[in-house]
Design a protein around this ligand. Structure first.
Ligand code: ARG
Length: 857
C-alpha cells in the first residue's frame, strides 16, 4: 500500500568457545579451490585468502548463531554482544589476518583475558559473564590492531536492560583508557592498551533461523584489483538451506572497502533469506549498512563503501526456497573521498553525497560552503535525492540527513523543486550515522539575480521554482496554489468559476475539484429543480419520495426512507419473494424494506465487532480495524497476496494471485492467515488455515486481467472473533457513486520500489469515473473493473496488496461492503494512474453460485 509515506529464543544447546566443534556444524568445501588460496604473508600485493576457517574462533559464532542467542536455561537468558576495540599497544602483523596462525591465537587469548578484566570491573557484567571469543583482527590506520569479538552473558530476564546499559558503559571504559592511557592490568608486559571500544547486540535476525551450518571466507583487497565473492555454487546451484555464511573483507589502512553487487537473486521475503552487510568484521546490529533480498535487477546499481577498512558480508538462508544467491565484487578505494565538503564558488556548480553514485558510506560528514558573487543569490536543486533509513521519519531526520541552514532533509525530495535562498552564501551539511546507507544526492547550485529568479522556470509565490509545464495544470505543484492562479485554460482544461483550470476529465467525476463545486454542477441533462432519472427522463424534484414511481424506473423513490414495490430492472433490488423494491442499496442497511425482510437477513458482516481503542498513527491500520483482511502465504515464501473473509469457510482473492505459476494454483501450497496484524507475529486470536479448494473465475484473462477474482475454501471453518469477521458482499445493484471514498488495506509495498510492509496498512481512495478511467488507463479497462485512487497520485495499492479488499462503509448502517479486489495498476501511486480493482458487484451471482453464500441478490 502506498501512502504519501515505516527476538526470540530457539531451543538447543550452546557450546562454549575453545571447545570442539559442534557436530551439527558443517563446514562446506570451497566451491573453487583456486579462489581459496591462502595469503602468502610476504606477498601483500596478492589478493588475500579465501579461507575456510576451521579454527575454534569460529566455534562460538557458529554455536551462537546456529543454536541460539536467548537460550533460556532456567531463569537465565544467554545474550551475545559483538563489538570491536583498538589495541594501541600492539603492532599489526599480517599473520593476525589468519585465524589459524599462532600469532592470532596468542593475541586472541590475551585479548579475551583482558576483556574478562574489563567486564570484571563492572559488577553487573562480571556476575553474568560467560566468555568472549575473538573473531578477527584488522590493521588500523595508525599501525595498531583492531580486535573484533563476541561476548556471551547469561542474564536473568529482569536484568536484561541493566546489562545492555552496562555494556554501553564499557565503551566509556575504552574511551577513558584512550584519554588517560592507563593500564588496568598489574603486569605491564602482558597488558594491552585498549581504547575505542564499541559494542552492541548481535543482529537479532540470525536468531530466527534454525541455522545448522556456517561457512566463512576472508579476503584482503589488493590495490587496483577487484576480487569476487559469491554464494557457494552461484549461479548454477542454489545456496544451501539453513546456513550462515560470512565473508570478511579487509582493505589496507587508510582505505575503504568498496563492494558492488553484480547479481542478487534471493527469495523475495527478507525474513527468510537475506544478505546483510556490516561496517565491521562482526555482525553488530547497530553497524548494518544494508540488507538485501529478492531479485535485484542490474540497472539498480548497488555499491557500498565501508567507513573504515573492513566490511562483513553475511548471508542467512532458511529451509525453504533456495535461489541462486549473489555475486559481488570488492576492491579498495582511498579513505579520503574527494568532494566531501569544501568551498564552492562561481556562477553554478554541482556537488554530491560522498561516493556518489555509490551509496554513501556510514559515519561520514561533509560540509560545503557555497558562495556566489555579491549581488547574486543561491538556488539549489537536487536532481537525485534518496536518504531513506529504517526507523527514520522524514519529519525530524535524526539519522542520515542533509542540513541546509539548519533545516534538515531526508527521505526523498522531488526532483523538479528548486530551493531558493535569499543570500549569496549557503552552508550545506551531509551527515550519515553508523547504520544503513542510501544512494544519497546529486545537487546543482546556481547564482541567480534576486530581481529575476527561476530563469526558464515558473516562480511560485513561496519562492519555489517549478517546471513551467506544471503551471495551470490543475495540480497544486507550488504547494501554495500560486501556479494555479490567473490561468488561461488551455485545450483539455475547463475553467472553474473561481478561475482555476482543471483537466476536462475532472468534470462531473463526483469530486469537487474546483473547490467551488462548479465542475460538478449541471452534470445531468435535466433542468435545475428536476430529478435526473436513470432512464433519461426528468421529473420535478417535488415528486421525490412521494410514494409514486414518477420516473418509471424508481429513481425518484430510490433514496427515500420507504421503499416502494415496482417492476424489476437492473436498478432495483430483488427480495427473496421475487418482489423488486425502489430503495437504493437496501441490503443490510438496518431497515426492513422487503415485505419478507430478506434485505436484512444474514447481515452479520461488515461491522467491526468491538472498536479497538488503540491509537494508531499515520497510515498503519488499527488492530481489528479490518477484521476481514487475510494474508495469503505461499509455503516457504511468506506473504504473497491479500484476501477477504466472506463467510466462515470462504475467502475472496484475485485470480492473478493464484495464476502466476502452476504452484500457485495448488491449494496445498497456500497458508491462510486470519486475524493477523503484523507479519511474523501471531496473536492468540490469529488463526492459520489451509486451503481445501481454489476456484478461479473461469473467464479470468491473465493478459487483460479481466475477471481477476478467485475464491478459496478453507480446510475447516473459522470461528469469528473480534479480529476475524466477514465483510458484507454488496448486492448486484449496489450503486457506488463516483468520488465515493473507500478504504484499501494490505501488507503490500509502501513505495513503488520499496519493500513489503510488516504491519497492516490502510489508505483512503476515491471511486473514479469509468470514462475518466478509460481516458487515463486506455482500453484495458473492462466493465468488470472499477478504478479508484487519487488522481494527484501518492495514495494507492501496490505489489503485495493484490487480492485484498477495497471496502466501502455504508454511513447509515456502519457496515463495510467488499466493493473491489485489488487487481492491477501502472506503477504505484503515480499521478493520474489510479488503481484498478475487480468490481465485486459484477461477480455477485458467480460468488453465490460457487459458495452458496446466503446474502440476497
Ligand atoms: N498486482 C499487484 C499485486 O500483485 C497489485 C497492484 C496494484 N497496483 C496499484 N497500483 N494499485 O499485488
Amino acid at each position: 500500500m502506498e501512502v504519501a509515506e515505516p527476538e526470540s529464543g530457539i531451543e538447543g544447546s550452546m557450546k562454549h568457545p575453545d571447545h570442539d566443534l559442534d557436530p551439527s556444524v558443517q563446514f562446506l568445501p570451497a566451491s573453487d579451490e583456486k579462489k581459496l588460496e591462502k595469503r602468502s604473508l610476504s606477498l601483500r600485493t596478492m589478493l588475500l585468502i579465501g579461507l575456510v576457517v576451521l579454527a575454534s574462533v569460529t566455534t562460538l559464532i557458529v554455536t551462537l548463531l546456529v543454536c541460539n542467542f536467548h537460550l533460556r536455561t532456567g531463569e537465565k537468558i544467554r545474550k551475545v554482544f559483538s563489538g570491536s576495540m583498538t589495541i594501541a599497544s600492539q603492532r599489526f602483523t599480517d599473520s593476525y589476518e589468519d585465524s589459524n596462525s599462532r600469532q592470532f591465537k596468542e593475541l586472541a587469548s590475551q585479548v579475551s583475558k583482558q576483556m574478562k578484566d574489563i567486564y570484571n570491573n563492572v559488577p553487573l557484567l562480571s556476575r553474568y559473564y560467560i566468555s568472549s571469543t575473538i573473531q578477527a583482527f584488522s590493521e588500523s590506520s595508525n599501525d595498531s590492531v583492531v580486535a573484533y569479538y563476541l561476548s556471551e552473558f547469561s542474564v536473568p530476564e529482569s536484568q536484561l536492560s541493566a546489562v545492555d546499559e552496562a555494556i554501553r558503559s564499557t565503551e566509556q571504559i575504552g574511551a577513558l583508557r584512550k584519554s588517560r592511557r592507563v593500564n588496568l592490568e598489574h603486569k605491564p608486559t602482558n597488558t594491552l592498551l585498549i581504547y575505542s571500544m564499541m559494542s552492541g547486540a548481535v543482529d537479532a535476525r540470525f536468531i530466527n533461523s534454525s541455522l545448522n551450518s556456517h561457512y566463512m571466507e576472508s579476503h584482503h583487497s589488493h590495490p587496483g584489483k577487484t576480487g569476487i565473492i559469491q554464494s557457494p555454487g552461484f549461479p548454477d546451484t542454489p545456496y544451501f538451506p539453513n546456513m550462515y555464511t560470512e565473508w570478511q573483507l579487509r582493505a589496507d589502512p587508510n582505505h575503504r572497502v568498496q563492494l558492488e553487487f553484480i547479481a542478487v537473486d534471493l527469495e523475495d521475503d527478507c525474513r527468510n533469506d537475506f544478505i546483510r552487510v556490516y561496517d565491521s568484521l562482526v555482525p553488530t546490529e547497530s553497524q548494518v549498512i544494508t540488507e538485501e533480498c529478492g531479485n535485484i535487477t542490474p540497472n539498480k546499481k548497488l555499491v557500498f563503501l565501508s567507513s573504515g577498512n573492513v566490511m562483513l558480508v553475511t548471508l542467512v538462508t532458511n529451509e525453504e526456497k533456495n535461489f541462486p544467491g549473489f555475486r559481488a565484487q570488492y576492491s579498495q578505494v582511498a579513505a579520503e573521498i574527494p568532494g566531501c565538503g569544501g568551498k564552492l564558488t562561481g556562477m553554478k556548480g554541482t556537488f554530491t553525497s560522498p561516493g556518489f553514485s555509490s551509496h554513501y558510506p556510514p559515519q561520514i560528514q561533509c560540509v560545503w560552503d557555497i558562495e556566489v558573487s555579491t549581488g547574486k543569490q543561491v538556488m539549489l536543486n537536487f536532481s537525485r535525492f534518496s536518504m531513506h533509513e529504517p526507523g527514520q521519519s522524514p519529519k525530524n531526520c535524526t539519522k542520515d540527513y542533509v542540513e541546509i541552514n539548519s533545516n534538515r532533509m531526508c527521505g526523498s525530495q522531488p526532483t523538479n523543486k528548486v530551493h531558493v535562498f535569499e543570500s549569496s552564501k549557503l552552508t550545506v551539511k551531509f551527515f550519515s550515522d553508523m547504520s544503513y546507507v542510501d544512494e544519497g544526492f546529486f545537487a546543482q547550485f546556481e547564482a541567480y539575480d534576486p530581481h529575476h529568479f527561476c530563469p526558464g522556470r515558473f516562480q511560485c509565490d513561496n519562492r519555489v521554482c517549478i517546471d513551467s509545464k506544471l503551471q495551470c495544470d490543475g495540480y497544486n505543484d507550488c504547494e501554495d496554489m500560486s501556479d494555479e492562479k490567473d490561468c488561461v485554460c488551455e485545450e483539455f482544461y475547463f475553467r472553474c468559476k473561481n478561475g482555476l483550470c482543471k483537466p476536462k476529465h475532472f468534470f462531473c467525476d463526483g469530486v469537487d475539484d474546483c473547490g467551488d463545486n462548479t465542475d460538478e454542477e449541471n452534470c445531468g441533462h435535466c433542468e435545475a429543480g428536476q430529478v435526473d432519472c436513470r432512464n433519461g427522463r426528468c421529473v420535478s424534484e417535488q415528486k421525490k419520495c412521494d410514494g409514486h414511481n414518477d420516473c418509471g424506473d424508481g429513481t425518484d423513490e430510490s433514496e427515500c426512507a420507504k421503499a416502494i414495490v415496482l417492476s424489476c430492472s437492473e436498478f432495483t433490488f430483488k427480495c427473496k419473494n421475487e418482489e423488486c423494491i425502489s430503495k437504493q442499496n437496501p441490503r443490510c442497511d438496518g431497515e426492513k424494506d422487503c415485505d419478507d425482510g430478506s434485505d436484512e437477513a444474514d447481515c452479520d458482516c461488515g461491522t467491526v465487532p468491538y472498536k479497538s481503542s488503540r491509537i494508531v498513527g499515520g497510515e498503519i491500520a488499527g488492530e481489528g480495524e479490518w477484521p476481514w483482511q487475510v494474508s495469503l502465504h505461499l509455503k516457504g515464501e511468506g506473504h504473497v497476496c491479500g484476501a477477504s473473509i466472506i463467510s466462515n469457510s470462504w475467502i475472496i482473492t484475485a485470480a492473478h494471485c493464484i495464476h502466476e505459476t502452476n504452484r500457485y494454483s495448488q491449494a496445498e501450497q497456500w497458508e491462510v492467515y486470519l486475524g493477523l496484524h503484523t507479519q511474523g507475529e501471531s496473536n492468540t486470536w490469529t488463526v492459520q488455515k489451509s486451503v481445501k479448494q481454489i476456484i478461479c473465475h473461469p473467464a479470468y484473462n491473465p493478459v487483460s486481467f479481466n475477471h481477476d477474482i478467485a475464491l478459496m475454501k478453507l480446510d475447516s471453518s473459522v470461528i469469528f472473533n473480534q479480529y476475524i469477521w466477514p465483510i458484507c458482499l454488496p448486492s448486484a445493484t449496489r450503486v457506488l457513486p463516483v468520488g465515493q471514498s473507500v478504504w484499501i488495506s494490505g501488507w503490500g509495498k509502501t513505495r513503488e520500489h520499496g519493500n513489503l510492509a510488516t504491519v497492516l496498512h490502510k489508505a483512503e481512495v476515491r471511486i473514479i469515473n469509468d470514462t475518466v478511467c478509460h481516458q487515463l488507463m486506455g482500453d484495458d479497462i473492462s466493465p468488470g473493473m472499477i478504478c479508484a485512487g487519487l488522481l494527484t497520485g501518492g495514495v494507492d495499492a501496490c505489489q503485495g496488496d493484490s487480492g485484498g479488499p477495497m471496502s466501502y462503509m455504508d454511513p447509515g448502517s456502519k457496515r463495510s461492503f467488499l466493493v473491489g479486489v485489488v487487481s492491477w495498476g501502472e506503477g504505484c501511486g503515480q499521478r493520474e494512474k489510479p488503481g484498478i480493482y475487480t468490481r465485486v458487484t459484477k461477480y455477485r451471482n458467480w460468488i453465490r453460485e460457487k459458495t452458496g453464500h446466503p446474502l440476497g441478490s
